[in-house]
Design a protein around this ligand. Structure first.
Ligand code: 9RB
Ligand code: ZN
Length: 365
């Protein structure tokens, strides 16, 4: 069992600058200068925990390379690439980057490509790409929501173009809607996009169950919006009753997971309650499904997650699941978070999941 692992120090050098969270600092409005929510800390600390715990010794280090113009232009417009080459915001006014930001974004997209290629080529069994900046909100003609390039979409396009991979399922467990990946493949019946997210957070008015793909791709976009407050039980039910059956029906050749940790119990940008053991369970259900459906070919690409203290334990648990670790690192926060009231499936969450179950029948098989 070999698990590939991508990380590069440059990911920590992507500079989102001085902000008040996600707004430009502005003392005139009382917005005291602080960091941008999407700063290096959470992801850098994931890597450091992976090293300090010794998990790194059980992983096969994969070297990221910069995504080429050709690879990027399979998904994005030339105008968007030109904006990233010369600008300081990816397009929505909320996705800042410093000098050389495009080079780092290329290395993030190329990191997911490298992970996907290594899995498809059989060099490793599965892989985790700990990349930054994130990608799942980026659209063909603009970045948004802290995302510069559509890392996962670019990797899907790459393995389809050069490796003959036909059917790819993208499962997005970031707490925000995976609108970018969904938009890129909306009309494509050979790419299933499933997004499980907190209902109506970001982008605003996006990720509704009624968004189901377009034209020949109708049914190939599945959205599972969940109510605020959903914890481990609600997520486990969403996986068991919607996401895994969707994968079974679609029968992918490869699964890519948009692995965000902002559904975590302490995240500043959403209001869910998932814990490290919950993320481990979510990951295990996807890994198990990939084992049955596509010879275990699954790639996790890191997306959001903004609590620098807790995200490392959540991501560590997911990487352990990929690597088949039998003696996991204990989550020191488990006594605080695993036993909070409301971790089990609540009736209003069950209603949302039952409604999403109705989408399964139209997934292209
Ligand atoms: C801006 C706004 C945002 C942007 C991104 C996220 C989360 C992204 C993520 C949340 C809220 C609004 C810049 C609203 O973690 N994805 O996985 N809000 N952006 N107004 N303005 C001016
Ligand atoms: Zn997110």
């Amino acid at each position: 069992m070999a698990t590939g692992y991508v990380y590069h120090e440059l990911y920590g050098w992507h500079d989102t600058g001085t902000h008040a969270g996600l707004l430009p600092a502005d003392p005139r409005r009382g917005l005291q200068p602080h960091r941008h929510f999407e700063n290096a800390e959470a992801k850098r600390r994931v890597h450091e925990l992976v090293v300090v715990s010794g998990l790194i010794d059980r992983l096969t280090r994969l070297r990221p390379r910069p995504a080429s113009d050709e690879e990027i232009l399979r998904v994005h417009t030339a105008a968007h690439l030109a904006r990233l080459a010369s600008g300081s915001d990816a397009g929505d006014g909320g996705s800042p980057f410093g000098p050389g930001g495009l080079d780092i974004a290329r290395l993030a997209a190329g990191g997911v490509i490298a992970a996907a290629e290594s899995v498809v080529d059989g060099e490793v069994d599965n892989a985790y790409a700990l990349v930054r900046p994130p990608g799942h909100h980026a659209l063909p003609d603009t970045g948004m929501g802290f995302c510069l390039l559509a890392n996962i979409a670019i990797a899907v396009a790459a393995v389809r173009a050069t490796r003959g991979v036909r059917r790819v399922a993208v499962v997005d467990i970031d707490v925000h809607h995976g609108n970018g990946t969904q938009a890129v493949f909306a009309a494509d019946p050979d790419v299933l996009t499933v997004s499980v997210h907190q209902e109506r957070v970001f982008p605003p008015d996006s990720g509704h169950r009624t968004e189901r793909g377009e034209g020949a791709g109708f049914g190939s976009a599945v959205n599972v919006p969940l109510p605020p407050g959903t914890g481990n039980g609600g997520y486990a039910a969403a996986m068991a009753r919607v996401v895994v059956p969707a994968l079974e029906r679609f029968a992918p050749d490869l699964v890519i997971v948009a692995a965000g940790y902002d559904a975590g119990a302490t995240d500043p940008l959403a209001r869910m309650m998932v814990t490290a053991s919950g993320f481990r369970a979510i990951a295990s259900s996807l890994i198990e499904a990939a084992g049955r459906l596509c010879a275990g070919r699954i790639v996790f690409a890191h997306e959001g997650g903004y609590d620098p203290v807790y995200v490392p334990f959540c991501a560590h648990a997911v990487i352990e699941a990929l690597a088949g670790v039998t003696e996991p690192l204990p989550d020191p926060f488990s006594p605080n978070f695993d036993f909070m009231a409301g971790q089990d499936l609540q009736p209003h969450q069950e209603e949302a999941i039952a409604a999403a179950e109705a989408l399964l029948a139209d997934i292209p098989g």
